[in-house]
Ligand binder design. Structure first.
Ligand code: PLP
Length: 387
């Protein structure tokens, strides 16, 4: 029998990091130390108040059955209350809030509900790769909107050609942004709402990093007038509460968009284990303390990294949110070669910007997910490298 992949799989972008992976395996085999600043996975454990809630809920047999598709009403209610306190916006827990198995799952499945074959989907470049993958699986066609430093890494909607606007069904945006760390302004969100309304485009705002910030709290897309007519916003427990492995997030927004996503999901998955949902309730109830502690930690690490980058004379986009630093490549290195050199010579793993799209070229992404002592060591090692 001949087993062939579908053309959807063929259309996924090529895997760019095979050489880097090989190099990493070789270094590990040589017994050399590897320090990873590569992935966006908090190093600190999930707070005990959340673990305790999971333990307690998992003791009860009634929590061992298939969960509810849309998420426990208690959890959606708690999300609604939190959203109102944090952003001063109301969502109806019955119809405007949906839990997802991590925001990745919701983001990846959303295009199935709204995109027909050959519809255009507007996607930022550089970006979290799932926007493109979800679009491709739904047989949509990505149109990449460059994120340029001169525009503070906000897409220039005026540059999207008219025929593309007319054919577009969906637009992804993500602020605070991975990988650039940029934050959105209210004016930008207002422009997005006007644009979406005029051209009938659903806006998908990925707010996975909204609760990781150092000064001014990032905005929700729904803090601008008219957003509920056009959009959905994904939030994650992963980064806010150090819960990447637990797989839980939520979406809020326009009732019909939530309904479309819910429809796809109820046909594909069976919700989230109830004890994890009870743990999520405990997390939200401790939001203030957990957020403050986490943000304080990342802020200290960020200041340390920026100081060392300044000492080295390396350029970067100054972050005010997320736990990344978007660093410019030096001495004419492209992002893959710079990442390879850091790994080859000193065992330091960073992510080449080109992995997030062509406009990510010229940068590397450094994750602040190791402690300060390790970061100090990283910069001692970098000083040994001749560029
Ligand atoms: N969105 C962005 C921009 C991310 O960087 C990530 C994870 O790295 C996610 C969404 C997915 O988060 P999760 O599925 O853990 O909620």
């Amino acid at each position: 029998m001949e087993i062939k992949f579908s053309t959807k799989i063929d259309k996924l972008p090529p895997y760019l990091f095979a050489e880097i992976d090989k190099l990493r395996t070789k270094i590990r085999a040589e017994g050399r130390e590897i320090i990873s600043l590569g992935i966006g996975d908090p190093d600190r454990p999930t707070p005990s108040v959340i673990i305790d809630a999971l333990k307690k809920a998992s003791e009860l047999g009634e929590n061992h059955h298939y969960p509810s598709y849309e998420g426990l009403f208690e959890l959606r209610e708690e999300i609604g209350k939190w959203f109102n306190k944090r952003y001063n916006i109301n969502f109806n827990p019955e119809t405007e809030i949906l839990t997802v198995i991590g925001s990745k799952e919701g983001i990846g499945h959303l295009p199935f509900a709204f995109v027909e074959r050959d519809d255009i989907v507007l996607i930022p470049d550089p970006a979290y790769p799932v926007y493109r993958a979800g679009t491709t699986f739904a047989e949509g066609i990505p149109y990449f909107m460059p994120l340029l430093e001169e525009n503070n890494f906000l897409p220039d909607l005026d540059k999207v050609p008219i025929d593309i606007r007319n054919k577009a069904k969906l637009m992804f945006i993500n602020y605070p942004n991975n990988p650039t760390t940029a934050k959105a302004t209210k004016e930008f969100f207002e422009k997005v709402v006007d644009f979406a309304d005029k051209y009938n485009i659903i806006v998908v705002h990925d707010a996975a990093y909204n609760e990781i910030y150092f000064n001014e709290p990032p905005l929700s897309f729904f803090q601008v007038r008219g957003a509920k007519e056009v959009g959905i916003e994904f939030h994650s427990f992963s980064k806010t509460y150090n819960m990447t492995g637990w797989r839980i997030g939520f979406a809020v927004g326009n009732e019909k968009i939530i309904k479309g996503l819910g429809n796809i999901k109820s046909n594909l998955d069976s919700g989230i284990f109830h004890p994890i949902q009870y743990a999520a309730i405990a997390a939200i109830r401790s939001y203030d303390e957990i957020r403050a502690k986490n943000c304080e930690l990342y802020k200290r690490r960020c200041e340390l990294v920026l100081k060392h980058l300044d000492d080295l004379g390396w350029k970067y986009f100054k972050p005010d949110a997320t736990f990344y630093v978007w660093v410019k490549c030096i001495n004419g290195y492209d992002s893959k070669r710079m990442a390879q050199k850091l790994l080859q010579e000193e065992g330091i793993v960073v992510t080449p910007g080109v992995g997030f799209g062509n406009y990510g070229e010229g940068y590397i992404r450094v994750a602040l997910t190791v402690d300060e002592k390790v970061l100090e060591k990283v910069f001692m090692k970098i000083e040994n490298i001749k560029w």
